[in-house]
Design a protein around this ligand. Structure first.
Ligand code: GDP
Ligand code: MG
Length: 139
């Protein structure tokens, strides 16, 4: 089924100038860029985006990390996009991610893991709406 998913290139990867190379990996895998914008989340917005992790020991570190600089927020479309993007991105900890995955290539550690990728249709819808990337006019 043709499906949309959401990805976010995290601030340290943007700062290192890896946005283009990460997007190229996604496009090469057949994921089509439908919406894209750069923005800098406030700590409060980062808390909302990661609300499911509130209370975990790493939560405040994650909020500080994600709000430290601009991110690149992207809507991608492909058949089975949610599952395919998660497979391309790889495991949360880059050290455990398979060879050839984005996190293996660009991630530094289990927090600084290069990108976020939606994990299910409901979270993809929520995250696309959260970033204001739902527009009536198709790209
Ligand atoms: P994901 O779906 O693979 O991104 O992983 P999770 O939803 O479990 O975690 C969200 C984000 O929190 C991850 O992408 C990491 O940036 C960060 N994170 C997850 N687990 C840890 C951890 O144990 N320690 C730290 N410092 N950060 C973590
Ligand atoms: Mg997650």
């Amino acid at each position: 089924m043709l499906e949309q998913t959401f990805t976010m290139i995290k601030p340290d990867s943007v700062e290192r100038g890896e946005t283009g190379r990460i997007l190229a990996r996604m496009e090469t895998a057949g994921l089509v860029i439908k919406r894209l914008k750069m923005l800098h989340l406030s700590p409060e917005e980062a808390r909302q985006f990661y609300h499911m992790h509130a209370g975990k020991p790493f939560f405040e570190h994650l909020v500080a990390y994600i709000s430290a600089g601009p991110v690149c927020a992207v809507v991608l479309e492909k058949e089975d996009a949610i599952r395919e993007l998660r497979a391309l991105v790889g495991a949360t900890d880059p050290a455990e991610a398979d060879e050839g995955t984005i996190r293996r290539e660009f991630g530094l550690d289990n927090r600084r893991n290069a990108v976020h990728a939606s994990d299910a249709p409901e979270t993809a819808r929520e995250e696309i709406a959260f970033f204001g990337l739902t527009l009536s006019r198709e790209a």
